[in-house]
Design a protein around this ligand. Structure first.
Ligand SMILES: C[S@@+](CC[C@H](N)C(=O)[O-])C[C@H]1O[C@@H](n2cnc3c(N)ncnc32)[C@H](O)[C@@H]1O
Length: 262
């Protein structure tokens, strides 16, 4: 079941139609929010930075270019890694960024390898969020910083959104802000800070709806279904939209630090 959830999420975020809707930054707030997150996580020139669940690598390219750091991106999807490599070669940044396929819950890096770890709009889709955070902390050097952005629940989730589609859409695995704070502290991060940036989530929905209006005429609805038996995905997407726009969910930046002495 756990592997099915991971494969399902990876296949969904490979759909070409998502690039039409989101661009290459597969998270609310796009590149401007990535730069804000990098600032909050004190990313500096020459830092070794890991992007967990890097998608097509837009954030890795942004950080390498604007902050002068050395980037590694990891994603469960082979296809997203292939695209990340192509897009990065196209803009001449391949010597500063390395992408590889892998699982956030089992990071293939030695302890203390990175100065900063970021993870955007993905923590809540990992089946074992605590294990993923423990891995992020393990690969950070003592004193290293963590930067997370993710969906936050403001109200209890309706039962109709508590399915696999809701999970892939970053809704059903999301936590209230205090829930994230608790799990960050439980996994050993210190100096945990959170910042509400919910406006980016409603903006993203509005923008996507405008684009859906344009592409609906040639969209193959079956393409949008995640796997056999998930034909209700369109209904869930509409319910998720209503839930977010009525204030049921928002978006936040979260930062923390790996203590110098464990
Ligand atoms: C919402 S997208 C975010 C991508 C990227 N962080 C961005 O903002 O552009 C979620 C990403 O998580 C990846 N993913 C899902 N489960 C994963 C796992 N267990 N380990 C690593 N990546 C995973 C998916 O393949 C997808 O690229």
């Amino acid at each position: 079941m756990v592997d099915r959830v991971k494969s399902c999420c990876a296949s969904f975020y490979e759909l070409p139609v998502l690039t039409l809707l989101y661009g290459n930054a597969l998270h609310p707030g796009g590149v401007p929010l990535t730069r804000q997150l990098a600032g909050a996580a004190l990313v500096g020139r020459g830092d070794r930075v890991l992007d967990v669940a890097c998608g097509c690598g837009e954030s890795a390219r942004t950080l390498a270019e604007h902050f002068g750091c050395r980037m590694v991106g990891i994603d469960y999807s082979e296809e997203n890694i292939r695209r990340a490599n192509v897009l990065t070669e196209d803009v001449g940044l391949a010597d500063r960024i390395h992408f590889l396929q892998g699982d956030a819950e089992h990071l293939p890096f030695a302890n203390d390898s990175f100065d900063v770890v970021i993870c955007e709009c993905s923590l809540c889709i990992f089946p074992d969020l605590e294990l993923a955070l423990t891995e992020m902390k393990r690969v950070l050097r003592p004193g290293g910083r963590l930067g997370i952005s993710d969906v936050v629940l403001n109200e209890p989730l309706p039962e109709s959104l508590q399915d696999l589609v809701g999970h892939v859409l970053c809704i059903s695995g999301a936590l209230p802000i205090d829930g994230y704070r608790d799990v960050l502290e439980k996994t050993g991060f210190s100096a945990v800070r959170t910042r509400d940036v919910s406006g980016v989530l409603s903006d993203m929905i509005t923008r996507m709806e405008r684009r859906i209006g344009v592409i609906e005429n040639f969209l193959d609805r079956e393409q949008f279904e995640l796997a056999n038996g998930l034909s209700a995905s369109f209904t869930t997407i509409a319910e998720a939209r209503d839930f977010v726009l009525s204030g049921g969910a928002g978006y936040a930046l979260m930062t923390g630090k790996k203590p110098i002495a464990n």
